[in-house]
Write a protein that binds this ligand. Structure first.
Ligand code: PLP
Length: 392
């Protein structure tokens, strides 16, 4: 058959590191192995009932069968602004400071195209969420990585970035609570970020995908809670994790009006906004009953404790995540992250994500998701203990 090759732009996209891993896991499952999947980031709990009920009701309304307004319904932007005021005490103008997104991923990938010119420099965390790289590649921009090291609590060390890179940088991605390390950021860190951003005219994009998930009663700080944040950038919020709505594809960007305007302009050319019924249900999620969020965080915290206590009882000296639903575990001496992930898959039928898939500085770690029951996590600990790798 005649072939129509992909464009140079598509060929320039980063390779999907985890695709081959998922394929290998599939082979084990096909052979009948009971694989415990701790490798992916797909919330396992259902969307709360009141949100589903709102979708069902709204889906029957013929008004929602028409095209939605291009930039989304005003009531959803208002719901996002009310959510920020209630949760973070941050005042947002729904008219100019909110853009509705088809999930956080869409926004994160669009932003470099919306703001940058080919060759512009973008600072991205390493290890980090790989979709930042995709957005940078689509915009033909240049990526400079900021190492996240354990000794710096997995925060970038701005003093270590060369002055000329700081001057060149136009955009910076940050993400706390952090995927993959589970670290959270303080207000002071964001203040330092804003000082750097102002000094070098860098636009900050804070990915707050795990904003709801902080452990031991610690509520993660929103970037926008810090003075000057709206001058310096935006925050990307998603309903995927807070309300178990990953399949619904709904999120929003909040903050600096000039950035919001550019995102909306790009989106005007790419899509019409989300299905109206999804927008109604999203507004219900943001401003309806919030007990479901508290229950979800408590569930993840119980799972975290079962996993971390269990692994420590084997003599594996692992750190406990402060937020997000991931644990970032240092692999035992003598293994690379891929070797260790392979060992767990082959010998214990446990899938974890090798840290190197998130960047060079992810080497030496594996990422474990808390997205399965306490029983399955205990079973994973039991299987690891049978490998007899760790000495008490
Ligand atoms: N940012 C981070 C760090 C993530 O881990 C994810 C999802 O896994 C997202 C953004 C995107 O989430 P969504 O596109 O479902 O809103």
């Amino acid at each position: 058959m005649k072939q129509f090759p992909p464009s140079e732009l598509l060929n320039s996209l980063p390779k999907q590191f985890f695709a081959s891993l998922v394929k290998r896991v599939g082979q084990f499952i096909e052979q009948g192995c009971d694989v415990i999947n701790l490798g992916q980031g797909n919330p396992d709990q259902p969307t709360p009932n009141h949100i589903v009920a709102k979708l069902q009701e709204a889906a029957a309304n013929p008004e929602n069968h028409k095209y939605s307004p291009f930039q989304g319904h005003r009531y959803l932007k208002k719901a996002a602004a009310d959510f920020y005021e209630r949760e973070y005490g941050v005042m947002i103008d729904p008219e100019t400071e909110v853009a509705i997104l088809f999930g956080g991923k869409a926004g994160l990938v669009e932003i470099p195209t919306a703001l940058l010119n080919p060759g512009d420099t973008v600072l991205v965390p390493d290890p980090g969420y790989p979709d930042y790289w995709s957005g940078v590649a689509l915009a033909k921009a240049e990526m400079v990585t900021m190492p996240l090291k354990e000794e710096n609590h997995f925060l970038p060390d701005y003093a270590g970035i060369a002055p000329e890179i700081k001057d060149q940088a136009k955009l910076m991605f940050l993400n706390y609570p952090n995927n993959p390390t589970g670290a959270i950021a303080s207000k002071e860190f964001f203040e330092e970020t804003i000082r750097l951003a102002n000094e070098h005219h860098i636009c900050v994009v804070h990915d707050f995908a795990y904003g709801a998930i902080g452990f031991e009663g610690k509520k993660p700080v929103s970037f926008l809670q810090v003075n000057g944040a709206k001058e310096a950038g935006i925050e990307i919020y998603t309903l995927s994790k807070t309300y178990n709505m990953a399949g619904w594809r709904v999120g929003f960007a909040v903050g600096n009006a000039s950035i919001i305007k550019s995102i909306e302009l790009l989106q005007d050319h790419l899509y019409v906004s989300l299905f109206g019924a999804v927008q109604e249900a999203a507004a219900e999620a943001l401003n309806g009953p919030q007990d479901c969020v508290k229950e979800l965080i408590a569930l993840y915290e119980r799972r975290r404790n079962v996993l971390i206590d269990g692994l420590r009882s084997l003599g594996w000296n692992v750190a406990s995540p402060e937020g997000s639903f991931f644990a970032w575990l240092k692999v035992p001496e003598g293994f690379s992250s891929e070797e260790f992930a392979n060992l767990l898959l082959e010998k214990a039928h446990i899938m974890v994500a090798p840290g190197v898939g998130f960047g060079t500085f992810g080497e030496g770690y594996v990422r474990v998701g808390l997205l399965t029951s306490e029983d399955r996590l205990m079973e994973a600990v039991r299987r690891i203990s049978q490998l007899e790798i760790f000495k008490k």
